[in-house]
Design a protein around this ligand. Sequence first.
Ligand SMILES: [Zn+2]
Length: 324
Amino acid sequence: MKKIAICLIVFVIYSVPLTVSATTDYEGRQHLYSKMETITQIPWYYFAAVDQYERNIRNARKDLPDTETLIGIYFSPQQWVGPLNPDIIDNDPLSIEIFNGIGLDGNGDGKADRTNDEDVIYTMAMYLSSYGTDKENLKIALWDYYKRDKTVNFIMNYARIYEKYGVNLDKHAFPLPLHANYSYRSTWGDRRGWGGLRIHEGTDLFAGYGVPVKATGYGFVEMKGWNEYGGWRIGIRDINNVYHYLAHLRGFEKGIDVGSIVEPGTIIGYVGSSGYGPPGTQGKFPPHLHYGMYKDNGITEWSFDPYPYLRAWERKERIERKKK
Ligand SMILES: [Zn+2]
């Protein structure tokens, strides 16, 4: 009887982690990143950053399979086994090496398995560390790998965010204080007349002058300044590769500059009515926050409707506030 009880307890303990989905198993991910830090002396948050970038790309692209395991880094079959390797599912580390494939055996089972998290992260770790362990060398390694400045910039900034906040960055916030007077509805795709015929790429949140505007997720400031359409506007790249474009501000919060790291709720500026003319133009329309969202798939970027996200963040923040 006692044995059965013990078995049941063991079963319960071991069955719990299996129900955690791979994308939210932050402990499991942290464990693998830290292991790579031990092996390579490269800080864990660089592995977290590359992994997250690639997970985002796979989510945004239809030609790549979605991540089903802990690690999001994707190697194509040919990249893994080597360009001239006739055996596309080769997992023998020796023949992969002969054919100049990138795949390595990270867990010591004698196989270089493209579907094994430890083999995959180890392979990326060895690639990066072959350039050295300091920041400048990592940047060169990333550039040689992705051949895209934007991607290198994303990853280097994601590393700073992970370093500061840790591995779990799921939290979000609504861009305006919930107690403020504001209103918004779905207007994505509506026509806009000023400056030629344009389609409205965002949601307008109407609020009074000077109402604080907040970051909705973890990210970094990618762009800040004046534009004749958007007035004083700011662009934030979040940890999911999504670009958040906030426009028509009256002004920016002090200390918020290109490169600043933000978290959900960080005040970045204030509601205004700037735009539709040369720098300083304001009052051509009622004060509001224009909120746009753009997805990046590693090649191009496109606008999508922020309205459902705004509603979800608002609802969640309201529920959390009630709990307190
Ligand atoms: Zn707008």
